[in-house]
Design a protein. Sequence first.
Length: 136
Amino acid sequence: MKVVIDTNILVSAVLRDRDPELVIQFIVDHPELEWITSQNILDEYKEVLSRRKFRLTQEIKDRWFDLLDAALTLIEVDTSVDFLVDPDDAMFLACTITGDADFLITGDSDLFQAESLLNVAVVTVSTFKSLFCEVS
C-alpha cells in the first residue's frame, strides 16, 4: 500500500510527537506500506524542518533527515496538477496520482476538496491511525 504524507503531518510529528509520529513510525516499520514522495516534496520537508522558527537542534534534524533518506521511496513525478485552491498543494496531488497512492495523509482541509478528483483516500492522521495502527 502506498502513502503520501503532507508536510504538515511531518512537522507535527517532529514538534509534538503523539499520533503523527506514531503513524509515521508505523509506516516506516511496516514494509508492506510504502511512503512515496517526489524530490520537490522531500526538498520541502527538509526546508521546512530547517526553519529557525521551529528551533530544532541539529541532532533532531539529523535524526529526521536520516529517517527520511532511509524510509522514503522517491518517484519521478510526470503529472502536472492545477490546484487553484492552494497551488502549493499541487505537488502532493501530482505525487499521489503519479505514484498511484492509496492514501494521502494530511491535516490540510484544502486537500480534502481534491479527494473527489483522485482515486485515493485523503485522510487525517487520526483516521489512518484508527484504520491501521490500532488493529495491528
